[in-house]
Design a protein around this ligand. Structure first.
Ligand code: ATP
Length: 602
């Protein structure tokens, strides 16, 4: 069984995808029963819409229900074009895909700018507006009675036979799923997952949160537009009832059933929902109730859908039949970090208050490249706030922040990250589903850029960047001693390993300044030793390291310079020996730290 499973696992995923694609291309030539053929075509059309939901909700995390509206826009634009003589389905697909993208961009900008639940509300209203909009343009759309008399579609002047059209639906679906595959298996797919887990984390890796959400939502609208054109040409009649709440809930149910964080889950979910609707004659009457119940229960009990089940099954079989190779765990390699482009971080007279709570007052310090600068102080003294100000998550009330000659003051977090400030978090932020390897690769998002179009077309730059991703991630995992869990789900690692993983992700961005927020908290002795060695390596590579830490032993053993904060003001600065001997530090901080300190490495 082990041999068999090993053989199965050695088959690259594209082989299965290609076989499925070839089988799908054969379907139109199998002389299927008319009803069966029609259900498959409707299932594929539904799958396109559901795949868009997967992209915007599953990957980009945007609860948007507007796919039914984009579907309607695609269908009516195709129908109206055909009636006016533009029967070429390829032209109609181009128009409907573009129209859906534009509606997605427009409503996306409005919804996302308004924030919070606005996108869900905006897109929901789009669906509710469908019958009224069709009524307003009744002379063109046929209003509530529907649009009839749509002439059959053509391609390059030849009228499509039912078989041709079936083939066209299969080809459009295959092409779209190839597009989705290329996007989500690229670094942008991982960036979507990171964004979904935490906007703070995404911004800290250089991802523009607004832009990425908009891309996910707007690109997710395109397949709904394409599906609309295919539907209009399949039935040659359109009525508003095909595009209402019923469709919105059924597509959402299919997305939950198939699994949204997956390329092919939406396809499976859509085909199953289409089949269920077809087989149960009374289903239409109960559809909204069934879908609603499924969405409430399924979302809770059936997290990840069928794709999630398959993923868990594969992991279980891996654990059973592919035991981890026995490795000599050295706790990381001493090979060193390749040179990093360090710059001096200058914090100049920075103050910050939250309401009446003055958290920082006139803090001035410098963190030089090639040195570890520690920031210590009692709980609530403002250390994390200072890191949040430097990394652009808060704006300063007063003072300036500079990195070398570059002004950081007022820049948003993703811009700060792109200028070379990288960080870890007090509570490690590690997204679910993605692997240890992908988590570290997420850190390279802004260091070595490649556009979504480049990733989609798998161009030379995408291939070169992917190769560098693989090489550098492998080296970094060696460095932090996590190479043997490279393919494990990152969120399943114990706390200590997740902290080291965050450090590896932060180094992956090739930072000029590395900010570490209590990176040693929760680490065991061996892990603290790995961290201490790692900090030395990053410093020796030329990076400026800022260490916020309660582990005084680690601070004394690694810092070149220590700054002590108390109640938002710097009370002492100097080398470790001087700080250890400073009376004010002893009174303000060490009295507390002695009791609270965890074992150090000194
Ligand atoms: N977003 C915020 N809104 C309001 N108050 C905040 C915010 N962030 C921090 N504070 C307040 O700022 C003060 C300093 O908090 P901060 O987390 O910076 O301290 P710290 O020195 O990092 O503490 P610890 O060592 O416990 O992490 C606290 O009183 C905290 O409640």
């Amino acid at each position: 069984m082990t041999v068999l499973w090993r053989a199965v696992r050695s088959v690259p995923p594209w082989v299965l995808a290609t076989i499925t694609g070839v089988l799908a291309l054969c379907l139109p030539f199998l002389n299927l029963d008319y009803a069966v053929g029609r259900q498959i075509q409707l299932g594929l059309i539904l799958a396109l819409i559901v795949s868009g939901i997967g992209l915007s909700l599953g990957y980009a995390g945007q609860l948007a229900l507007g796919q039914a509206a984009m579907y309607a826009a695609g269908a009516y634009s195709a129908g109206v074009l055909a009636i006016r003589g533009v029967t070429d389905v390829l032209v109609q697909l181009l128009v409907s895909g573009t129209a859906a993208l534009l509606i997605g961009l427009l409503t996306g900008v409005i919804g996302l700018r308004l924030g919070a639940w606005s996108l869900a509300m905006t897109s929901f209203f789009l669906v509710l507006m469908i019958p009224d909009v069709l009524d307003v343009f009744e002379s063109t759309t046929g209003g509530r009675t529907g649009l009839s008399g749509i002439p059959p579609g053509t391609v390059f002047g030849s009228v499509l036979t039912p078989r041709d059209f079936f083939l066209l639906i299969v080809v459009v679906s295959l092409l779209w799923f190839a597009v989705v595959r290329n996007i989500v298996t690229s670094r942008h797919g991982v960036a979507f997952q990171v964004l979904k887990e935490s906007e703070v984390l995404a911004a800290s890796t250089g991802v523009s949160v607004f832009r990425m959400k908009l891309i996910g939502y707007a690109v997710g609208a395109i397949p709904a537009g394409l599906a609309g054109t295919l539907f209009a040409n399949l039935d040659l009649f359109l009525a508003p009832t095909s595009f209402g709440l019923h469709l919105a809930t059924s597509t959402l149910a299919a997305a939950v059933l198939g699994g949204m964080v997956s390329v092919y889950g939406p396809l499976v979910g859509a085909l199953l929902v289409q089949l269920a609707t077809w087989q149960a004659a009374d289903f239409q009457e109960w559809a909204l109730v069934v879908y609603g119940a499924f969405l409430i229960l399924g979302g809770v009990v059936f997290g990840g859908g069928i794709a999630g089940l398959v993923r868990r099954g594969i992991r279980a079989l891996d654990r059973r039949f592919l035991p981890e190779p026995v490795t000599d765990d050295t706790g990381g390699s001493a090979a060193g970090v390749p040179p990093l482009p360090g710059e001096e971080l200058v914090v100049d007279g920075v103050s910050k208050a939250f309401g009446g709570n003055q958290v920082l007052t006139g803090v001035t310090l410098r963190a030089a490249p090639g040195r570890v600068t520690a920031l210590i102080g009692p709980n609530g003294s403002g250390k994390t706030t200072l890191l949040n100000l430097v990394s652009g998550f808060y704006t300063v009330d007063d003072g300036r922040l500079r990195l070398g000659e570059v002004e950081l003051t007022g820049l948003p977090a993703h811009q700060v990250a792109r200028r070379g400030v990288s960080r870890t978090f007090q509570t490690p932020l590690v997204p679910p589903v993605i692997s240890v390897r992908e988590t570290v690769a997420a850190g390279r998002y802004s260091a070595d850029r490649v556009s979504i179009i480049g990733a989609l077309l798998r161009g030379p730059r995408h291939r070169a960047v992917s190769r560098r991703d693989r090489e550098q991630v492998r080296d970094l995992l060696d460095l932090v001693g996590l190479a043997r869990v490279a393919d494990a789900e990152a969120s399943s690692l114990p706390l200590g390993q997740r902290r080291l993983l965050e450090v590896a992700r932060a180094i992956a961005s090739r930072p000029k300044v590395l900010l570490l927020d209590e990176a040693a908290s929760g680490l065991d002795e061996q892990e603290v030793a790995v961290l201490a060695r790692l900090l030395g390596q990053v410093r020796d590579a030329g990076c400026a390291v800022v260490l916020v830490e309660h582990n005084f032993g680690l601070v004394l053993s690694t810092a070149d310079e220590i700054h002590v904060l108390a109640r938002g003001r710097l009370i002492a600065s100097g080398p470790p020996a001087a700080i250890e001997a400073d009376d004010r530090v002893r009174n303000e901080y060490l009295g507390i730290a002695d009791e609270a300190s965890v074992g150090g490495v000194a």
